[in-house]
Design a protein around this ligand. Structure first.
Ligand SMILES: [Zn+2]
Length: 212
């Protein structure tokens, strides 16, 4: 699954039935939050987006309408006994701001929070399924956009065909990665006979309206 949910797209001044900036990019069951304006938590609830599936948060810049909801969300993760570690990316001095807010409230989080400062175009996340990059955009203060690029998808397995050729189930993952199967008698089952080409990975960029 590859989807984007706009939680809010309003600017700093409150307006009826609109919300400050925040988007959720959902890829293969994981939620990636981009910006976290006021009210983001309520919008996550309204859209039934599971907070427990958020492992990365990306803050484009430090105007309040893009991150004033962040400390509340981080605090709620603690109250909800969030277990997995959380990575937050944003311009400096986001780390100092969040740490001060936690310190004055004597808040001890029950999960590992990693705040990474971004200072230039860079690759922020790179795993077997996804690559996230940031790039500078033109704004009054330091500001970044983010690209989410789904990596090559595994081939689609036709299980009926695989069973027909008596290929053991523990070889299915290797079929999905494109391997042929060699039977005990030395005959080869070509991969194309039991799999189909996967859809190409998708890519989306999320950024403020200011020109790159
Ligand atoms: Zn701004």
């Amino acid at each position: 699954m590859f989807a984007v949910t706009i939680l809010g797209n309003n600017s700093a001044v409150p307006a009826f039935n609109r919300h400050p900036t925040s988007q959720v990019v959902t890829i293969d069951g994981h939620n990636y939050l981009v910006d976290c304006g006021e009210g983001t938590q309520i919008q996550l609830i309204n859209y039934k987006i599971r907070r427990s599936k958020i492992s990365h948060i990306f803050i484009s810049h430090l105007h309040g309408d893009h991150y004033f909801g962040l400390i509340g969300l981080l605090n709620s993760f603690g109250l909800l006994s969030h277990q997995q570690e959380l990575h937050v990316f944003g311009p400096s001095p986001l780390k100092e701001i969040i740490e001060l807010q936690l310190k004055v409230a004597d808040t001890k989080l029950c999960y590992d929070l990693h705040i990474h400062h971004i200072t230039e175009a860079a690759t922020l996340v790179d795993n077997e399924k996804l690559r996230v990059k940031c790039f500078r955009t033109n704004h009054r203060i330091e500001c970044y956009g983010f690209s989410f690029e789904q990596k090559k998808q595994p081939r689609k397995l036709n299980i009926e065909k695989a069973k027909e050729f008596e290929i053991p189930a523990n070889f299915y993952d290797r079929l999905k990665s494109g391997e042929d199967y060699t039977k005990k008698d030395g005959s080869i089952i070509k991969n194309e006979l039991v799999t189909e080409t996967a859809e190409p990975g998708k890519k989306i960029c999320v950024l403020c309206r200011y020109k790159v």
